[in-house]
Each structure stands twice: as C-alpha cells, then as structure tokens.
Design a binder for this molecule. Sequence first.
Ligand code: TYD
Length: 228
Amino acid sequence: MRSVGVKRSFIQNRGEERREMFITIDGGDGSGKGRQIELIRTWFEDNNVDFAFFRDPGDTALGESIRSLLLERHDLSICSKSELALFMASRAQLVAEKIWPALQEGKIVLVDRYLLSTVVYQGYAVGADEREIAQIWNIGQALVDNVMPDLTFVLDCSADIAFQRLNRAKDRIESRSSEYHSRVAQGYRDAVQNWRKWAPGEAFLIDATAPPETVFEKIRTVLEMRLS
Ligand code: TYD
C-alpha cells in the first residue's frame, strides 16, 4: 500500500532478527479506533510484518464470556468493583494464553484496548482520585505479570463528536451518560499526560477528529520510526 521505499527499508532494517513489540490502541467509544486498526493491519500485511492481533476484553474462551457479561447483559447488576475485576480477569487470561506466547515467538502484537481502558473507564470516568488511579495501574500491571505495551496510541476525541459517529445499538458501557463519556475523554488526556508516573513504554495522544487518513499518517510515522 505504501511506497516501496518505505517497505524496503523497513524490511531490511528488521533483517532476520526477531524483535517483538507490543502495541496497543485505545480511545473512547466512537473515536474511530476500529478504522485505525484496519489501516494498521493492512500496513503490517503490506510490509510483511509478522504480527498478531487481539481485542481486550475477549479473544480467549474466558475473555469472550466475560465480554458478553460486561457488554451485553443489560439486565445484570454489576457493581463498579466487580466490573473492574472482570475487565482485569479477561486481560490476565488474554496475556497468559495469547499475548505473552505471541511476544515470545518474536511477533509484533497489536491489541485493541488494554489496561489504560480500565484506568480510564473504571477509574477516571467514575471520579477516582490519584490514589485510586495509582492502585488500578499497580494492580493491573501485577495481573498481567508486567507485560505492558511498548507503544500506545490514544485517539483523542470529544464525547460529543464521538457519539455522533456511533449510529448503531449501544452496549452496556456505551449506553452510559454523556457526562460519563466526557470524563472518559478527559481521562485519556490526563492518563497520557501522567504516563511516566505509572506506565512503562510510550503513549501518543492523537487528534482523532481529523480524517482517518490523516490520523493514520501520524500513527504510521511513529510505527516506521519504532519498528525500523
Ligand atoms: P470495544 O471493544 O472498543 O467496543 P466495540 O466492540 O464497540 O468497538 O470496547 C468495549 C467496551 O468496553 C468499551 O465501551 C470500553 C469498555 N472497556 C472498559 O470499560 N474497561 C476496560 O478495561 C476495557 C478493555 C474496555
């Protein structure tokens, strides 16, 4: 898809050496994450990148069961701490069954959401204070055996714009108030600003109100720099 020059240098630089890398993409509902994932996957395929893709929550038998409990069971009462624990449990399973083995095989691993989502949706968006945010980061990292992303792309979009994009039936979390989703959007900004306090790796806040191709150009620039 992209220029041959990019493709050639990218592959030459990687050589035969196996270099795993863990990349996550995150952002509020309706931020255009799905489209960016498609573009990243196509770019990986066009550049012969040996990659694996997973979604969090999900992608294991346990994780998919937890996902449907969390997102589809509008009838079920789930208190905020249970919700937090269930997202964490799904992720622990995903790391053990899928992410860690793929990294050990030397693959580039791309994951749709990760611990940052929990910090934002179950932390910032419910009004957690700094001590509670620290707890979520700490417990979350312990439960994934400190398998944390090298690169995180965060799509930044106000809840108003994002919600105009969501023209389908909303799941249990998407159905929450616009105030909740505004706190989600602000939570992502705060989390990226304080990234170094809590998480290893790099986080990039990307303006997701721009057209998808413009958003992807920014992601691609970072990927080219970090993968070559
Ligand atoms: P996602 O898979 O992005 O939804 P979709 O299939 O609609 O693209 O995310 C599922 C929902 O779960 C989303 O509303 C965000 C929420 N979520 C949390 O609240 N906490 C978490 O830790 C994670 C990973 C997701």
